[in-house]
Design a protein around this ligand. Sequence first.
Ligand SMILES: C[S@@+](CC[C@H](N)C(=O)[O-])C[C@H]1O[C@@H](n2cnc3c(N)ncnc32)[C@H](O)[C@@H]1O
Length: 205
Amino acid sequence: LSYWKDYNEAGSTQPPRPRLVNTLDRFCADRSGIALDLGSGGGRDAKELLRRGWGVVCVDSDPHAIELLSSLAATDSRLSVLRSSFEELSLPKDEFDLVTASYSLPFCGEKHFSELWRKLVESLKTGGLLSLELFGKRDSWRNAPLGANGAMTFLSREEVESLLDPFELLFFNEDERDSTTFSGELKHWHIFTCVAKKKATSQYG
Ligand SMILES: C[S@@+](CC[C@H](N)C(=O)[O-])C[C@H]1O[C@@H](n2cnc3c(N)ncnc32)[C@H](O)[C@@H]1O
């Protein structure tokens, strides 16, 4: 998709997402570890994680994002880059101290979302953090070409709450607003912002 090429080209020089910065400031002031950045784009968040001493594994399906990330990885061996779609992703278990996904998981096809979520939860260590956005059912992309035919995942609040069962909530916000997208199109956003900590398996399973 050339949409992602342009988006990630522009995004790679943008500052890190405020939600990630807040997560790191508030909950990781005295710790770092290995982070998984799902749908990382050109690496705006990965750069911030590296700067703060984290090792980072970036996953994205867009070849141009992978190119941008690979040149970053060539100068920093703490960064690993994996080209994969969310739908075909395989992840190690019990590996990561943080899973972050900035405006990316909703682009997983709806048939594959619960499987992706299960893998994501399993890939986190107990006590590891999750920090991401999910899209709600009133998001206007649900009816637009991008989200048509189940190509994206839109969730109800109840569905999001149930996805978060394995976690202790640290921050949760549901927001709806009208504004423009990267490409200048008007859009109704319905966004869940979640920061949460993985509980021990016995506490949820
Ligand atoms: C809205 S961008 C967000 C990029 C970056 N995280 C940021 O905050 O700017 C969504 C990212 O998800 C990637 N993406 C979209 N669909 C995907 C899929 N099915 N599998 C893996 N990555 C996907 C795109 O290539 C893009 O880099």
